[in-house]
Design a protein around this ligand. Sequence first.
Ligand code: ANZ
Ligand code: ZN
Length: 824
Amino acid sequence: GNSYDIASIEAKWLPRWDEAEIFAPSDDGSKERRYVCDMFPYPSGDLHMGHAEAFALGDVVARYLKLKGFDVLHPVGWDSFGLPAENAAIKRNAHPAEWTYANIDTQAASFRRYATSVDWSRRLQTSDPEYYRWTQWLFLRFYERGLAYRKNSPVNWCPKDQTVLANEQVINGACERCGTPVTKKNLNQWYFKITDYADRLLDDMAELEGHWPERVLAMQRNWIGRSQGAHVDFAIDGMTDPETGEAKKVTVFTTRPDTLFGATFFVVAADAALSSELVDPEHRAALAAYQEQVKKLSDIERQATDREKTGVFLGRYAVNPINGQLLPVWAADYVLADYGTGAIMAVPAHDQRDLDFARAFGLPVTVVVQTGAEDPAETGIAAVGDGLLVNSGPLDGLPKAEAIPAAIELVAAAGTGEATTNFRLRDWLLSRQRFWGAPIPIIHCAECGEVPVPDDQLPVKLPEDLRGEQLAPKGTSPLASVADWVNVACPACGGTATRDTDTMDTFVDSSWYYLRYTSPGYTEGPFDPAAADRWMGVDQYVGGVEHAILHLLYSRFFVKVLNDMGLLKANEPFKALLNQGQVLNGGKAMSKSLGNGVDLSEQLSQFGVDAVRLTMIFASPPEDDVDWADVSPAGSAKFLARAWRLAQDVDSAPGTDPAAGDPALRAITHRTVAEAGALMDAHKFNVVVAKLMELVNASRKAIDSGPGAQDPAVREAAAAVAVLLSLFAPYTAEDMWERLGGTGFVAQASWPAVEESLLVQSTVTAVVQIQGKVRDRLEVPAEVTEDELRQLALASANVQRALDGRDIRTVIVRAPKLVNIVPA
Ligand code: ANZ
Ligand code: ZN
């Protein structure tokens, strides 16, 4: 029919695409490869508006590269382990797999309907045993290399979810998932030694510069937090180390060894074992009480600069190695147990936190750098700037930059210190006391200790019969209660042993899924190294900025380890990263509590998939937020109908030579295609849509009041619209393509060829006057610059003749239309 009915167009094409499966890459080397990957979704409920935005963007990139002739890998999968599934299972007395796989089915159907150009044959789910077998295999390879280890230490504990959390999962002191304030608990936990890679994770960011959003790079840099400084040893007066028999030593980390002479007291982290070790009997009770208080605080709260300083004197004195001065030793919460050495020399004149503490407890303040600032003891403002050293013996007179190495040399010569680099990055805590994750493939044997599960016994599968209350958090993993799962023979000695009952953080699963996509059925390893080398790194990764730290850093770590293992040539997982903006409603993030959620499936039913996709893309540049209250999917649908009608109206035979067509429309078509290509490369997708709208208007005008529907230029324009539109609105474009007699599916078409001769800029007539009298008329490009036009005017034979050798006083240029020459 001749009316645009998107519902029937969708119903017509979806099954045909499904059947044709045109989005699998050939992977035969006949074309250059490109890998476009969307961050895979978590299967909670159906797809939402945020997914619609992200997947539209990834799909536009993938479809564009395919039209441009690349062999494109664009896969799909699900990040399907995790707490929400477990919580849902507890509530519904079900197994987490039931909820998970039902949601995946729902999302997969929506995904197909959304017309994403993905290769369904590579689909994966991280909770499939065939997948987590290899997650466990990777864990064991890390373990063999000493990159996975277990230690007892204070960890972030969510009292509600009854599980540990990585530092990255604690947001402003609260559990990322449920918002409950996080506490500390001493537990035996598994870690990945990501700190071994801190330097490389930082230095290799140079390769990503310009291809990743700068703010993401900045966040990673800050998270890794490399700082150069020194370790300096302080002896504790009157205390001997029982092990060495020598004086007890405590090492501090400082970035300002130049201020050693300004140290007036010494602080150890209240929650570090060290403070209990150092405290004298008289102050033990006070310390214990203080420690109880500190336990309740998050690291963020502890470091907040505006908090009142608290602490306890430990009854001891540390000896400053540079001048022998005795410094009172305090325990306080503003020093963190797991940063540096957990102990500091306090220099109140030049460090604000130390100054606040000194003022709270009446400790002395000694200025050692003359910064020009007023006395910190008076103003309460630490002098952090540059200056020359004073009160510092051999360092006096040196500027800070020279005093730092000089001070390090002094302590090094005395054997009491050395230069060092410190990182903020901590090892990755990966064990979770929860059920719905990959079990850690380790067996604990009283005789043999930790014994890896042999590779040929992988996967260590989750029991299938736990449900409901049996999964409820109890502080230990629910797996611990399944006796016939836990008790096994030791693979080494055959004696009775028990399985590790923790599961892995789901960020382990998502650290390598993009590698599995390159060879999803591979049975010899997590991925076929040859396939991974063909496709990696990902040319365009698309996903939310909420993953700026955790997921991206962990994936980068995994790739570097795999590279070191010789399994992978790539050194970085994602060559380019695009962070889509959020979809808001009324200027605010959609949320249940605000009641401003917009249901994706309702939008799709009301306006059609194409209109929703187009609206997402047209609303803003990809990185910017889209406010759904400000956009018009109805307007998008109207435009799509207009585009679609062009193809209906074309009235020339397929295959007619466009060269015979209207030159003006042809020029617009070819210019649009050329500009669209450049804009796509620059990720200005919204501007491409605007250009496309102009082309549709020009084509409509050509039909209605121009050369008419039989002109071959109209057919050419409509075909270009169909191909370009297929990036954003695949259903409408496909239907146009069919009507125009295109071969195959529009997604298999080529990006339209641009005839350079048609790109010649349009010209205008410039008038050249001498003293107001017209002397010449020049045909010049509409985009001519003032300089160019001046040159052209002065070079004109008519102008030269009229000037007749006279000097020129001034030339007034109004590009592109007028030049006025005033002779001397
Ligand atoms: C003396 C000093 C004097 C310091 C001065 C700073 C300024 P970044 O740059 O973040 O690495 N520090 C060391 N370990 C700490 C811990 N566990 N908890 C809290 N603070 C700690 O910071 C390094 C500086 O932070 C170190 O240098 C130390 O204070 C403090 F004018 O040493 B400084
Ligand atoms: Zn054993």
